[in-house]
Design a protein around this ligand. Structure first.
Ligand SMILES: C[S@@+](CC[C@H](N)C(=O)[O-])C[C@H]1O[C@@H](n2cnc3c(N)ncnc32)[C@H](O)[C@@H]1O
Length: 271
């Protein structure tokens, strides 16, 4: 598909490659709510008049709010950190420390983007004190996503951002809303799955809370779509959905230790 807008952040579980397929299944409505917005691939590649975009990661939402309000001057400020001098081990750890200590939301937002593009694999991980602790990646010249940020800024004029747990944002929906949920994936094994995006894990209990909430809200007239791996456990988890659809594209993911597995993608339609 042409003319797709690429998210400006690297994000684990990002749906850019699947955005065409997912958008095709979104029903019509005037507002899309995303309780797990991440890098925003579906927000950027769908056409609703209004968006309510939320995530539990406050650094992510702070960055989006700065970009939404300030536009080009903020993009230029972010770009000022992408220098050859700042692409050294010493400067990376200095700027990571500055990010972790900063109380200036504007600077923190720009440094979050710097870390996203200079750290190992674009991972986003924090220690128990809430400090970002991903080591430096090895990139000769980290890409600065100027055009992608510009596109995000323009589209964000239709959005309201919020930093909340998925349950509270979903309870703000009304019957005309469409909700797209992209939670951390259901773990494929106890050891190998990445389910921690901020300070707490997205446990199996939370997967069940989400599925139950979808059933409850669907009965009140809301239309909800949920992404996950297509595995027997998720077919059972979403058994109350009206329909399950599967993507033909299989993704290769880390399963147990060094083993790789191919897994299809599922959408549970609570329509
Ligand atoms: C799979 S990613 C979403 C990817 C996104 N659809 C994209 O295309 O980039 C899951 C997101 O859920 C967020 N998250 C994890 N636990 C959450 C919670 N309890 N409430 C709200 N957001 C949560 C994470 O911070 C992460 O951004």
């Amino acid at each position: 598909m042409t003319n797709r807008i690429r998210p400006f952040l690297k994000w684990a579980g990002g749906k850019f490659k699947l955005s065409h397929w997912i958008s095709q299944h979104l029903p019509l409505g005037s507002r899309l709510i995303e309780p797990f917005v991440g890098a925003g691939a579906i927000f950027l590649n769908s056409s609703f008049d209004h968006y309510l975009l939320s995530d539990c990661n406050p650094d992510l939402i702070n960055l989006y709010e700065c970009l939404q309000k300030e536009g080009v001057p903020f993009i230029d400020f972010c770009q000022s950190f992408f220098t050859v001098a700042n692409n050294t081990v010493k400067r990376y750890y200095h700027l990571r420390q500055r990010f972790n200590c900063s109380t200036d939301l504007h600077e923190k937002a720009a440094l979050f983007l710097y870390l996203n593009r200079h750290c190992f694999n674009g991972l986003c991980r924090y220690n128990n004190k809430g400090h970002f602790n991903v080591p430096m990646g090895e990139y000769t010249r980290p890409y600065f996503p100027y055009n992608e940020m510009h596109a995000f800024h323009e589209k964000a004029q239709r959005a309201i951002f919020s930093c909340e747990d998925f349950t509270s944002i979903m309870r703000k929906a009304c019957a005309e809303d469409v909700i797209y949920c992209d939670p951390p994936y259901y773990p494929l094994s106890n050891s190998a799955s990445f389910t921690r995006y901020h300070l707490s894990d997205f446990t199996l209990d939370k997967q069940i809370v989400l599925a139950d909430l979808c059933t409850e809200l669907q009965q009140k007239g809301m239309r909800i779509i949920v992404s996950n791996h297509a595995i027997p456990e998720t077919r059972r988890l979403y058994k109350q959905a009206k329909k399950l659809v599967f993507c033909d594209v299989q993704r290769t993911i880390s399963a147990t230790g060094h083993q790789r597995a191919t897994v299809k993608e599922l959408l549970a339609l609570y329509l």
